[in-house]
Design a protein around this ligand. Sequence first.
Ligand SMILES: *[C@@H]1O[C@H](CO)[C@@H](O)[C@H](O)[C@H]1NC(C)=O
Ligand SMILES: *[C@@H]1O[C@H](CO)[C@@H](O)[C@H](O)[C@H]1NC(C)=O
Length: 301
Amino acid sequence: MRASQILALAAALPTTLAAYKGFNYGATGRDQAAFEGEFNAAKNLAGSSYTSARLYTMIQDGTTNTPISAIPAAISTKTSLLLGLWASAGDAQFANEIAALKAAVAQYGSAFTDLIAGISVGSEDIYRITPIGVSNNAGLGVGPETIINYIGQVRAVVGDKPIGHVDTYNVWTNSSQNALIAAVDWIGVDAYPYYETTKDNTIENANATFWDDYDVTVAASQGKPVWITETGWPVSGAASGKAVASVDNAKTYYDDVACHAFANNINTWWYILQDTGASPSFGLVGAGTPPPTTPLYSLAC
Ligand SMILES: *[C@@H]1O[C@H](CO)[C@@H](O)[C@H](O)[C@H]1NC(C)=O
Ligand SMILES: *[C@@H]1O[C@H](CO)[C@@H](O)[C@H](O)[C@H]1NC(C)=O
């Protein structure tokens, strides 16, 4: 293509591409129909359409390394995917994650790979080995050297896709992560003012706290894009410091944080569409299979 043609093409494109807007999805107990029910509910949610899905594993529940059924469900519902490979269960289990990723590429081809918004190698792995993660009994984690090694393995399979890592904002501001930040294409930040009990975490302060967390992550990011991979406020459950879980407060948090993220074209995967039985519960909709499409509070921005 000649330079003049490229310039003409560039001029025809919108100046900003629409950001990804999605939810986080678990894997336990879900088959393709269950994922399709969730993805369709997210798309058809009254007041706000969510068309992207963040996953934590490539592996279908109950199998060794069969690709997760969320992939055919995403293809049939035209849902983009922020894939995840679980990175805290040892090298042998990470090899199963890689095997499932390779098998999915071989089985579904470009119908699958065209839907990939990004790939996260791990989720909060480093948080779990920090003093605060250990004191919260957060579970097994790994350090940045392991994540960097795994990123190399994922690049060898899908080198043309944006590869990143998701962790908590206070992990990203720790200078021990500089080599990891250099190794990724994007940074995923998880931040929940509700849980930040060392701060004055009333709902009145929550918007400022979240954007402070985001801004310090951007400052540490070496210029890499910072995506919001998890945040939300619970509709029910116990208080956490000064944070009160309620539908009213969840709506305030959504109006302030989600609407500001969308208005600023920041890729966002909210926590969470449905959270039946959990306490605290962060779900935007109540119980039901497939999930209802009427949210517990208005999602209009
Ligand atoms: C900083 O990150 C390293 C891992 O790279 C971790 O071992 C250490 O505990 C972290 N420090 C704090 C204060 O979280
Ligand atoms: C939330 O914080 C952002 C970023 O600082 C700010 O631009 C916005 O006005 C705040 N929203 C409210 C409702 O205060």
